[in-house]
Design a binder for this molecule. Structure first.
Ligand code: ATP
Ligand code: MG
Length: 336
């Protein structure tokens, strides 16, 4: 039984000009201790999907799913209070901007100790000790001294470490990291990613790592889900998706990796942008940007279907949403 099981999740937003689907037909499963990478450009629906999971979407969002369970408990039908307890104890989320999640008016010590109070009780002294332990764990030097600091006194990378300390304070079984390193310098990005993976392994947590960087996913994830304009377009093991991309969008993302073009000044990019929720095209959502587009792609929307082409037919997770998936030769174009 998977830890997380999402079948046919959709989210629609009520806006001034009508009701629009932000994400549709999302299927995700995650086993205990597994790392799933979710990739896609800005606007592809990565955050909306995760916020739906946490019950953190604004009031104008409508969430539906055939199945949405964590540890075999149905998240959609459970009472609000029970759900909040579940997401508070067993699922934690780290956001892109630590400054939006840390309160600027309180010291980081106060914020961590408050979080611990909710989750594990104990005396004030014990919680203080535990806060120091957590800060030490996430690599903050002289943690006892840092407790009295306010977020603005720390660098972006240090604040992100504080966020991670708070996220792991309650020993979650699932950690969702939504672009945890995007706001940071490249060298700090690598350090934070290493820290997350180290904690994930040490604690046997499952992790969903959201990013627009295929390189990050390659390094960290066992399985990958590629999203485009609110839909999954390809899912599979990291090895499969990297070596045998089937969706032209996945191919284009891989082709944009700097390491695939050593010594070249300009990298290939994908022309155009992800369509917003109010201007999605007819047919395949990627068709206006797809180098392999054919007539049928402009007519009807393809379904996400199992893909048995790469010799990985045993993997039920290997799926693609495309009428004309890339064949070996075209995959070769994007190989390193
Ligand atoms: N409250 C809302 N009301 C209306 N539309 C929304 C709302 N929140 C998100 N959307 C739309 O849903 C779509 C998916 O957004 P989402 O934030 O999930 O993208 P993302 O993949 O996380 O992008 P990024 O990489 O920039 O974080 C976007 O078109 C966005 O404009
Ligand atoms: Mg996002």
């Amino acid at each position: 039984m998977p830890l997380l099981d999402i079948q046919n999740l959709s989210v629609a937003f009520q806006t001034r000009s009508g009701v629009f689907s932000a994400v549709t037909d999302i299927h995700l499963t995650l086993d205990k201790g597994e790392v799933l990478g979710v990739v896609g450009e800005s606007g592809s629906g990565k955050s909306v999907t995760m916020l739906a999971m946490m019950g953190l979407l604004p009031w104008n969002a409508q969430v539906t799913a055939d199945r949405f369970s964590f540890d075999d408990q149905d998240m959609l039908s459970m009472p609000e209070k029970a759900r909040r307890r579940l997401t508070g104890n067993d699922i934690a989320m780290i956001f892109q901007e630590p400054t939006t999640s840390l309160n600027p008016s309180f010291t980081i010590g106060f914020q961590i100790i408050e979080a611990l109070k909710i989750h594990e009780g104990g005396s004030r002294r014990q919680r203080r000790e535990r806060a120091i332990e957590l800060l030490d764990k996430v690599g903050i030097p002289a943690p006892a001294k840092r407790l009295g600091d306010y977020p603005h006194q720390l660098s972006g990378g240090m604040n992100q470490r504080v966020m991670i300390a708070m996220a792991i304070a309650c020993n979650p079984r699932l950690l969702i990291a939504d672009e945890p390193t995007t706001a940071l310098d490249v060298t700090i990005q690598a350090q934070i990613l290493d820290l997350l993976l180290e904690l994930q392994q040490e604690r046997g947590m499952a992790m969903i790592l959201i990013t627009h960087d295929m390189g990050v996913v390659a390094e960290a994830a066992e399985r990958v889900a590629v999203m485009y304009a609110g839909q999954l377009v390809e899912t599979g093991t990291a090895g499969d998706v990297f070596h045998h991309p089937r969706h032209p969008y996945t191919g284009a993302l891989l082709n944009a990796l700097p390491e695939r073009h050593p010594g070249q000044g300009r990298l290939p990019t994908i022309p155009g942008v992800v369509p917003g929720i109010e201007d999605r095209p007819q047919g395949c959502l990627f068709n206006p940007r797809c180098p392999h587009v054919q007539e049928d792609c402009r007519q009807t929307r393809p379904a996400l279907e199992s893909d048995h082409s790469t010799g990985s037919s045993h993997d039920v997770f290997k799926k693609v949403r495309c009428y004309h998936p890339l064949v070996a030769q075209e995959q070769g174009e994007v190989a390193p």
